[in-house]
Design a protein around this ligand. Structure first.
Ligand code: AMP
Ligand code: GLY
Length: 424
């Protein structure tokens, strides 16, 4: 199988690492990739949303499987683009149709979907320009805090948790009237605040059956103790200590099964990953969000714990045979600690020379925002490198990652020192 993986983050580096281990993988291409993915395949300088350029690669390289890492190409309809093209339609696309990707691409769509299928989620109301005044009135009588979400993709920045009514009204107005997130804010979801602990659950579905991947917990805030602004994710652990069998049974019965069955019942084509962003409130799971792809940095701990062959899983998915698969998760505990650029998630500088990779041992170094410059590796993004370790205990895994981080140097090296802290 010749495989084209789209994306350039730590998630894609971990996926590339896994894909190239499969005996079913002949050639692996990554578009655009980073300095780390080069170790596992060939990087091609093409944007993940340039469908015509992606088409050309698929024909030139005789691609059999397309795996989109991030959501943008899926939400923009890369699945439908491939299936409508006589030269591409034989290619397996490991991701949902444009309609299915609305689970992530539109908060209003996903809330209505959950309502139709009785999937537990926060109560909500949806507003737009025409119902702006009703929205303001609704906010004024709402319990605090109030969660306000731009409907569309907003690079993880479209959610405001307002602590006062005034803050809520400002955020709501900026989204709907002032185009803060462009079209993504044409509709706004106002929802009830859920107080609990978050975690992420992942499945690969063929539209009828699904395979459960290891679960994970990510650390979204920039500062220790979960303070400061949200980031793409500063680290993750897997398994999740509080996701015991009783809780996971509830997740299966109330969230995963109704979602997979709901998609099928509504004839929504969905063969790909579903990421359930969950919150546990009084031992009950609620869905905070769906994503139509794997998480980042969750993938950097989920994939190393997946013992099945990922290419085989994708082939089984394409044939509707995921019921035949026996999932094997490693009993080891995994952690990943993300190294970021100074200033992130605000403005930061790129191009810092990175050294010391060869002095690390027993960790997997999944590159995120890195690039090659001559013979050197330089930083090329906010999140730079995910340092993943596995061990028999979470404590040991963390110790390995934190020790190796000391060996890696670049100007402005920044990371959280408390990943997994609450479980030690
Ligand atoms: P989302 O983009 O929907 O995942 O929201 C981003 C983050 O906002 C989540 O990871 C939560 O930390 C927080 N959040 C979203 N919705 C809620 C809610 N209803 N109650 C509490 N926190 C929420
Ligand atoms: N780590 C959260 C996400 O990938 O959306």
């Amino acid at each position: 199988m010749n495989i084209l993986l789209l994306g350039s983050g730590g998630r894609e580096c971990a996926l590339a690492w896994k894909l190239q281990q499969s005996p079913l993988c002949d050639s692996l291409y990554i578009a655009p990739g980073n300095a780390g993915t080069l170790a596992y395949g060939t990087n091609l300088p093409v944007s993940v949303t340039d469908f015509e350029a992606i088409k050309k690669i698929c024909i030139d390289k005789q691609i059999d499987i397309l795996l989109p890492g991030p959501e943008d190409p899926l939400v923009e309809g890369i699945y439908d683009f491939f299936k409508a093209d006589a030269e591409l339609q034989h290619i397996i696309v490991a991701g949902p149709s444009k309609e299915g990707a609305q689970l992530e691409g539109s908060k209003a769509f996903s809330k209505k979907f959950m309502q139709r299928h009785n999937i537990p989620t926060a109560g909500y109301q949806e507003f737009n320009k025409d119902t702006f005044d009703q929205g303001i009135a609704y906010l004024q009588q709402h319990n605090l805090p109030i969660v306000i979400k731009a409907d569309g993709l907003a690079a993880g920045k479209g959610v405001v948790i307002a602590q006062t009514h005034n803050e809520a009204i400002i955020a709501f107005t900026q989204m709907i009237k002032e185009g803060q997130f462009g079209n993504a804010g044409d509709k706004v979801v106002v929802e009830q605040f859920l107080d609990g602990i978050e975690m992420s659950v992942f499945v690969l579905t063929d539209g009828t059956y699904y395979a459960l991947l290891p679960e994970a917990k990510d650390y979204k805030r920039i500062l220790e103790g979960d303070k400061g602004p949200n980031t793409g994710g500063m680290g993750a652990i897997s398994p999740v200590p509080f996701a015991d069998d009783v809780f996971m049974k509830k997740v299966t019965d109330r969230v995963i099964l109704p979602t997979v069955k709901g998609l099928a019942a509504e004839n929504i084509t969905y063969r790909g990953f579903i990421f359930f962003g969950l919150i546990k409130v009084n031992n009950e799971p609620y869905v905070i969000e769906y994503n139509c792809r794997m998480g980042d940095p969750e993938t950097e701990v989920v994939i190393p714990r997946l013992e099945n062959d990922l290419v085989d899983l994708i082939l089984k998915m394409s044939e509707g045979r995921l019921n035949e698969v026996i999932m094997q998760h490693s009993a080891q505990k995994a952690c990943t600690v993300m190294l970021v650029s100074a200033g992130y998630p605000g403005s930061y500088e790129k191009g810092k020379v990175m050294t010391g990779f060869a002095n690390t041992e027993n960790s997997l170094l999944f590159h995120a925002g890195t690039a090659n410059k001559g013979n050197e590796v330089v930083s090329n993004g906010g999140r730079v490198l995910a340092v993943t370790s596995l061990a028999n205990t979470l404590e040991d895994a963390l110790e390995i990652s934190y020790k190796n981080i000391e060996s890696i140097s670049y100007d402005g090296k920044t990371y959280r020192k408390d990943i997994g802290y609450e479980f030690i």
